[in-house]
Design a protein around this ligand. Sequence first.
Ligand code: PLP
Ligand code: ZN
Length: 394
Amino acid sequence: MDFKLRCIDCNKEYEREDIYTCECGGILEVKIDLDSINLDFKFDGNNLSVWKYGCLLPVKIKPVSLREGGTPLYNADYLSEKLGVKVYVKHEGLNPSGSFKDRGMTVGVTKAIELGKGAVACASTGNTSASMAMYAAKAKLKAYILLPSGKVALGKVAQALMHGAKVVGIRGNFDKALALVREISEKEGFYLLNSVNPFRLEGQKTIAFEIVDEIGVPDRVILPVGNAGNISAIFKGFKELKELGLIDSIPKMTGVQAEGANPIYKAFVEGKRDIKAMNPETIATAIRIGNPVNAKKALNAVYESKGVVTQVSDEEIINAQKMLAAKEGIGVEPASAASVAGLIKLLKQGEIEKDERVVCITTGHLLKDPETVIKVCGSPIEVDANIEAIKAVL
Ligand SMILES: Cc1ncc(COP(=O)(O)O)c(C=O)c1O
Ligand SMILES: [Zn+2]
């Protein structure tokens, strides 16, 4: 396969692969020469995984894999009936580390090996760190992580620590941590694995491939948006399939932000492609990001696919999280529930037609954030160890 890195602002192309931004400051994407592809998979609904679509992924060596992808696309029967549209939920929480980040990390860490790097690094609201630590362990690479201290869900910190990464909490938010890790990585020669890394997003585009593999092209894909890599990646996946002539339409890419971390929503409402950075705050710590690096890619994806960006409150997020867990049996972390909260809001606003087929992406597993669960559900009732005491509370 032939590919180049290309700047999304000035279109300058680069042969070298070990850069993240253009000379002009713009972010890069992997431009694949689709004529050079030897398509060796079929959309037959079988054996879904990131590497089923390896012929569309820009790596040259055997991948570092922990069997990522192949996540279930559930028929959300309760939601479909309650809301009157056909709803599917693609549960990315069922990846090896419990989030969609594994799709990107299998490609990103493979690229780190290909480029001869000895160490990888990231800033993270949690899931990137958990995933990177896991894949770095598998690949025998050193892993360095910067987190916003006190603002990362417990399960994610536990994963990063146990998989052997060096984890540093900074007194500052994710955006500050990202600026710092970019600087340190440059100085120390670490391979940066945030979503500014264009190879990571290549892995994440396989979400689009798996959806098409199972149900064809839906009318709309809804997902939470933080640093805005995932929505950009999924759109790129659909676009490549269309350019290859494998599909004829692209779903409306629909992003959902938390009200307290909504720079892309604000830009969308004003019809712009640039965002104003803000100080973020939300219970959905995974998307507590005020200066998303992929904002321009994401807004391009939304405008080009005729989608929308909406915002939801923390209360709407928690209500959707509870509904998914209690009515569909799908356990997700708060940020992931933003997709369903956004669906409910957009239906109320008349933005979504009743005959649409909608896929909501739930990005991370319930167990990632047990502390929020206890806050919103309370602790289990404790009673004496006898039948009467138990019956009294049933
Ligand atoms: C669970 C979860 N959902 C959504 C997101 C947002 O993804 P992106 O930064 O690609 O917009 C993240 C990012 O950390 C996440 O961990
Ligand atoms: Zn440029």
